[in-house]
Design a protein around this ligand. Structure first.
Ligand SMILES: O=P(O)(O)O[C@@H]1[C@@H](OP(=O)(O)O)[C@H](OP(=O)(O)O)[C@H](O)[C@H](OP(=O)(O)O)[C@H]1OP(=O)(O)O
Ligand SMILES: Nc1ncnc2c1ncn2[C@@H]1O[C@H](COP(=O)(O)OP(=O)(O)OP(=O)(O)O)[C@@H](O)[C@H]1O
Length: 452
């Protein structure tokens, strides 16, 4: 950032706002996207603010310098509060932040590793993350369970996130982090402490004794409410632009998900994808993620085509709108879902831009704000979610919608190879050994049965 002029920084921030307005609002819906605005601030104020917040920043982020020189900043609403109310509320508020990651298995025929058609990227990546020390243990969370629309699978996914939050789950109470990772090195993750914080929200007038029973009851309520909220959404506004888009494609389950594994072990069929309601944010986010029609393996040669063109005609970068503006024309081109490559730069560019948008949707977070409301607040027009002993006004918003940079594509390509190769080399090899042992055992077993 420091090498950019103030004007360039202003333009970069304005592009973020425009991308939210012209693209993400169209895809995800008015109510879920809060684009914010670019503001100009006195430099003195910015410097003091940076000093003040420095100690609050996670250590892993401190290598990123804050821009104290341009005087421009992006002003966003506080999404840990209800967005359905115009005025700041003084009622207690809970906020659950979920980074669900990619909810589908690639369906592209350009995928070269068969494993990528069976195990989702998140589950494969877990093994590399643990091996490189990013996290201590493998999570049982699988995005395909959360995006399944099947309440049982969603329940399992959310509980798994609560067991191993990593950077996929945070809970705030009145804006303060009470559960999840402030930093990889300082996780806050004690269920009984969490239950202590949540009890007044879910059991307001109930003398539920503390202890493991209470903890379980509170966590169950939380997971139920979050599931209901995630399945809500009336979609009264504009019809989702990608309604007739990529559709639900690819296998409905990930073979590495402990949920589907356990069903298989019990000899039960893999669960059906009950399907998400079309108005809900998860459904819309998944549709945008599926703009990654070719997978990075199919996309990378197209990126190279655009690169070669730009090497020859560097002045065309602007015309191609690589770095914006993200306007109506940019948005319209994203709606072309054809995969017939006519060999042109135009085709390659469309796929590259769709991929960047899809990657953005694969890395965004969902903020669910919940505020208890009175039992008789029937005149209240805001969405309400009931729990067993209380009810909440809620709002759902999306966070982190900056379009992924064009330059990150080669990194994505390399990382993809690394993730799959590591998984194949270690985990799958181990699985194969276990399977062959099991197979031998079952042969023995069959022999015994024959004898009888
Ligand atoms: O590549 P991934 O899937 O590991 O995602 C990165 C995230 O890692 P995660 O898997 O969520 O632990 C990563 O999350 P952390 O910063 O590690 O919490 C970033 O969000 C990164 O985005 P950017 O490069 O900072 O714009 C993300 O990179 P992008 O690939 O989205 O650019
Ligand atoms: N508008 C907001 N309202 C409430 N909380 C927010 C908001 N924006 C960010 N946060 C909180 O701050 C965290 C970090 O936000 P974000 O990832 O956007 O920061 P960043 O500056 O992009 O960091 P990085 O570049 O390292 O990813 C989020 O996970 C969320 O908990």
């Amino acid at each position: 950032m420091s090498s950019k002029t103030s004007e360039e920084i202003f333009q970069h921030l304005q592009n973020i706002v425009d991308f939210g307005k012209n693209v993400m609002k169209e895809f995800l819906g008015e109510n879920y996207v809060h684009c914010g605005e670019v503001v100009q601030l006195p430099l003195d104020f910015v410097k003091q603010l940076c000093l003040k917040i420095q100690c609050e920043r996670p250590e892993s982020r401190c290598d990123k310098d804050l821009d104290t020189l341009s005087g421009y900043a992006l002003c966003l609403p506080n999404l840990a509060r209800l967005q359905t109310y115009r005025f700041a509320e003084h009622r207690p508020i809970l906020c659950v932040e979920i980074k669900p990651k990619c909810g589908f298995i690639p369906f592209s025929s350009d995928v070269t590793h068969e494993m990528k058609h069976k195990v989702c990227r998140y589950c494969m990546h877990q093994h590399l993350k643990v091996a490189t020390g990013k996290w201590k243990q493998i999570s049982k969370y699988c995005p395909l369970d959360l995006y399944s629309g099947n309440k049982q699978r969603m329940y399992f996914a959310l509980k798994s996130l609560l067991q191993e939050a990593q950077n996929n789950l945070k809970i705030f109470k009145n804006g303060e982090l009470i559960y999840g990772c402030k930093d990889a090195r300082s996780p806050v993750a004690d269920w009984s402490e969490l239950a202590h914080h949540l009890k007044p929200f879910f059991f307001p007038s109930n003398g539920l004794a503390s202890g493991p029973h209470c903890t379980r009851a509170v966590i169950r309520e939380l997971v139920r409410v979050i599931t209901r909220v995630l399945l809500s959404g009336s979609d009264k506004g504009r019809a989702g632009a990608l309604r007739s888009g990529p559709g639900l494609r690819g296998p409905p389950v990930c073979e590495a998900s402990p949920f589907s594994r356990s069903l298989r072990c019990q000899g039960k069929n893999t669960p059906e994808r009950s399907g998400l309601p079309k108005g809900c944010l998860l459904y819309k986010t998944l549709q945008v993620q599926m703009l990654d029609l070719l997978d990075i393996e199919g996309l990378y040669p197209l990126y190279r085509r655009v690169e070669r063109y730009l090497e020859e005609f560097p002045e065309q970068r602007k015309t191609l709108q690589i770095d914006g503006p993200y306007d109506e024309a940019f948005y319209q081109r994203l709606l072309d879902l054809s995969t017939e490559d006519d060999g042109t730069v135009a085709f390659a560019l469309t796929k590259v831009q769709q991929y960047r948008v899809a990657m953005t949707a694969k890395d965004c977070s969902i903020m669910i704000a919940l505020s208890p409301c009175l039992q008789d607040a029937s005149s209240d027009q805001r969405p309400i979610v009931p729990s067993s002993r209380s009810r909440f006004a809620f709002s759902v918003s999306v966070l982190d919608l900056d379009l992924k940079p064009y330059e990150s594509i080669p990194h994505q390509y390399k990382l993809d190879g690394k993730i799959v190769n590591y998984y194949l080399k270690t985990v799958h090899a181990k699985d194969a050994t276990v399977m062959s042992t099991r197979f031998k055992e079952s042969e023995d077993c069959t022999l015994v049965l024959h004898k009888v």
